[in-house]
Design a protein around this ligand. Structure first.
Ligand code: ACO
Length: 330
């Protein structure tokens, strides 16, 4: 089989209608707009409607990506959903999306959970499967209803997260050296405790006591996560540039995971690449975990910030602690 490139054929995003501003949060916890903006850069986030699920948001983003690619659900034979907030603990959100979207029953559908790095992991998995020649067209979705796993009485976390979804359609091209040029993924499994949901898994099933203590919600040691995030994102970005013998200034646009403006500014400093080369929308969505990069990618494309021939760098970190970067030539 001749080598082929795996290319992004279309992108789409979806954000729920309801906007929760920082001012709105001050009615819920002891916080202020000034604290949230100076510590994180976040001004507002979207919150799913009652009954609106992770799979519903993923379907909306996927429809837009399929429209953009000029393809129909029937064309898709592989679906990977990156999420840490699936509709159900079991089965995968991808199975629910398959049904709602009307993908063929012959499509392979599964979830990837690498928390906020999930989209970069899922993209790598889908591209590798397409490169094998056994699949033709893939949908990769990042979708999260984080409002359902956030403790709305914990001001240290609830101000940071939001809901949403983004999606890309991937296919192959005989043209060499375009599309996904490479990835650099990694994990620090010794840092699970820094960011996790302590209860509700098979090791510590939920009990009335654990639910009363709120330990089925996200717990985070923010300062430690911040330091590690800056280090691993910088390393993941440098490593992939080095692997491809590129300088940072050859990257037209960096699409970083949108967790905190200060983390993005630190990466900009470390890479000596000005902030105008970074796409930022954390102010409008907060941290949407696996949805953050595909939402940003879609907005960047539709805003004309990505042109044919451009090099885009994706870089992310998340619970696990996972991290990853990906290089795309358009
Ligand atoms: N409003 C007001 N005060 C607050 C709030 C709030 N929402 N939250 C915490 N504080 C207080 C703290 O109680 C603390 O008070 P104290 O000094 O009296 O104890 C003070 O503010 C400072 O808190 P710090 O935690 O030191 O604040 P920091 O400057 O580290 O900023 C933040 C906190 C924004 C969480 C930062 O550490 C951060 O962004 N960390 C990374 C988090 C992240 O990116 N997580 C996503 C991971 S991706 C994934 O997989 C989900």
């Amino acid at each position: 089989m001749p080598p082929c490139s795996t290319v992004i054929l279309g992108t789409g995003a979806y954000a729920p209608e309801r906007i929760l501003t920082n001012a709105g949060l001050t009615d819920m916890v002891d916080t202020s707009d000034e604290w949230i903006v100076t510590r994180s850069g976040i001004r507002e986030r979207r919150i799913a409607a009652p009954g609106e699920t992770t799979s519903d948001m993923g379907v909306q983003a996927a429809r837009r990506a399929l429209d953009d690619a000029g393809l129909a659900p029937a064309d898709i034979d592989l679906l990977v959903v990156a999420t840490m907030a699936p509709d159900l603990p079991m089965p995968a959100a991808a199975c629910i999306v398959q049904h709602k979207l009307g993908l063929p029953t012959t499509a392979a559908c599964f979830d990837v959970n690498a928390a906020c790095t999930g989209f970069v992991y899922a993209l790598d998995v889908a591209c590798a499967m397409l490169s094998s020649g056994r699949y033709r067209k893939a949908l990769v979705i990042g979708a999260e209803k984080l409002s359902s796993i956030v403790d709305w009485s914990d001001r240290a976390t609830c101000v940071l997260f939001g809901d949403g979804a983004g999606a890309v359609v991937i296919g192959t091209s005989p043209q060499p050296a375009i599309g996904l040029l490479g990835t650099r993924l990694g994990t620090f499994g010794d840092s699970v405790d820094l960011l996790c949901i302590p209860n509700g898994g098979s090791n510590t099933p939920a009990t009335p006591e654990s639910i009363a203590a709120g330990s089925h919600f996200i717990k985070m040691k923010g300062k430690e996560v911040f330091k590690l995030a800056v280090r691993v994102m910088d390393e993941a970005a440098r490593d992939i540039l080095e692997q491809h013998q590129l300088r940072a200034d050859q990257i037209s646009l960096v699409i970083p995971h949108q967790a905190n403006l200060r983390i993005i500014e630190a990466i900009s400093d470390y890479l000596e690449l000005p902030m105008d080369r970074f796409f930022v929308n954390v102010d409008r969505y907060g941290n949407t975990s696996a949805a953050s990069i595909p939402i940003a990618l879609d907005e960047a494309r539709r805003a004309g910030r990505i042109k044919p021939g451009d090099l885009t760098l994706l870089v992310a970190f998340g619970a696990g602690l996972t991290y990853g970067s990906a290089l795309i030539r358009w």
